[in-house]
Write a protein that binds this ligand. Structure first.
Ligand SMILES: C[S@@+](CC[C@H](N)C(=O)[O-])C[C@H]1O[C@@H](n2cnc3c(N)ncnc32)[C@H](O)[C@@H]1O
Length: 383
């Protein structure tokens, strides 16, 4: 994550009035709002004695481009001058300039996802395929080249891989692929029910470490969402080198959905090669590759209308239910007494972390409000 560490003589609060800083109620964290290219985010500044850390605020994370790094470097340099110190450490060197035209051509922005019917506008009448955790996009590029009359959407949470995938789409001059830079778990129920031909999950993050299980993409909840968005006859395809993951995936799908294995055995040895980075890696290690293919046989009638209208009147600031949570984690004010709140809201095991402006008892979106208005989020707000 891009950051700079400074050693300074003065305290950041000494220059509070000169910048549009927001400070947390306990005065320990400063947020600096930035709008750059088409991204809006916060820099998070934390000072302990002489040590000042400047980094990106995670929940407003922009795509890490050359101009984000350049901006952070210049800002840290300015702080160094103002606070009388020096930059002791940073990782803001620019190795390669970002090509912004790739985002215009291939990215689906979070704000588009929040609009209703976005998927229809995007894919017109083409069949849609979705890859969760596309990595650097090898699989989707190959499939999009082979099936020009279908659409492909890749979702990826990792900045560097996302950008490599866009470059790959561009080198192949694809006109039928798009990508979303976000947590797939939050966007799955923004797709229209019965609308996707295939959902692919190729070599998802190894999860066998206990603490990683809760971050796994495939849970009973996501399996149900995948079932809903598949069209009748549509398939959910999983490839993995991890035997326990293959077994647990089969169990999760069979226990929580009506999807049926397309083959006699739910797990079988893959005879096809998809030549992604991870497939190559595990094949080099001589690992066995398992494949699971589950088909949808019944149509599901489920409305996906869940548009949220802002401002929202908030009756209670902190509510934790059995399934959903809406909790204020922090409040920040600037020199004009404008208040920003940092909330966590959504399904309790996978809530979204979002910033809003708070005026009296209403919350308003700000350019840094980065979230997906899905059912979980709506349920949390209703709660
Ligand atoms: C092991 S890699 C596999 C990448 C690629 N499918 C391949 O076969 O080479 C898993 C990928 O899933 C992405 N990922 C993990 N959790 C995710 C989530 N919740 N939403 C979107 N992407 C996710 C990771 O960032 C990583 O790029």
């Amino acid at each position: 994550m891009p950051h700079a560490v400074l050693n300074v003589d003065k305290h950041i609060s000494d220059i509070f009035g000169e910048y549009d800083f927001f400070v947390s109620s306990d005065k320990s964290v400063f947020l600096y709002p930035v709008e750059l290219e088409s991204e809006a985010f916060f820099l998070r500044l934390i000072q302990k004695k002489e040590k000042l850390i400047v980094k990106l605020e995670k929940s407003t994370m922009p795509k890490i481009t050359s101009s984000v790094k350049e901006f952070m470097y210049n800002f840290s340099f300015e702080l160094r001058e103002r606070l009388n110190g020096k930059i002791t450490n940073h990782n803001l060197n620019i190795t390669r300039k970002t090509d912004y035209s790739l985002f215009d051509r291939y990215e689906i922005k979070t704000s588009d996802i929040n609009k209703s019917e976005w998927i229809n506008n995007l894919c017109k009448n083409k069949k849609i395929n979705l890859e969760i955790g596309m990595g650097s996009g090898e699989f989707i590029t190959e499939e999009a080249l082979k099936n020009k009359n279908e659409s492909f959407i890749g979702v990826e949470i990792l900045n560097s891989d996302f950008y490599i995938a866009l470059r790959r789409f561009n080198s192949a001059n694809l006109n039928n692929a798009k990508a979303v830079y976000y947590d797939a778990r939050a966007i799955l129920n923004r797709f229209k029910p019965n609308s996707i031909k295939r959902v692919y999950l190729n070599f998802p993050e190894p999860w066998f470490k206990q603490k990683k299980i809760k971050h796994s993409v495939l849970t009973q909840k996501t399996a149900k969402k995948i079932e809903t968005l598949l069209e009748v006859g549509g398939e959910f395809v999983i490839m993995t080198d991890n035997y326990p993951f293959a077994v647990s995936s089969a169990l999760i799908i069979e226990q929580s959905t009506l999807l049926k294995s397309s083959f006699k055995h739910s797990m079988f040895l893959s005879d096809t090669s998809i030549k992604t980075k991870y497939e190559k890696k595990w094949k080099n290690y001589k690992r066995t590759i398992y494949k699971l293919v589950y088909k949808k046989h019944f149509k599901q009638e489920k409305s996906y209308k869940n548009i949220i209208h802002f401002p929202i009147k908030i009756k209670e600031m902190d509510t934790v239910g059995k399934e959903y949570v809406f909790r204020i984690l922090n409040r920040y004010t600037n020199k004009d007494s404008k208040t920003i709140i940092e909330i966590t809201a959504g399904y309790s095991k996978n809530p979204q972390h979002v910033f809003f402006e708070l005026k009296e008892d209403k919350i308003y979106t700000i350019p840094q409000s980065n979230f997906v208005a899905n059912n979980d989020f709506l349920c949390a707000v209703l709660l």
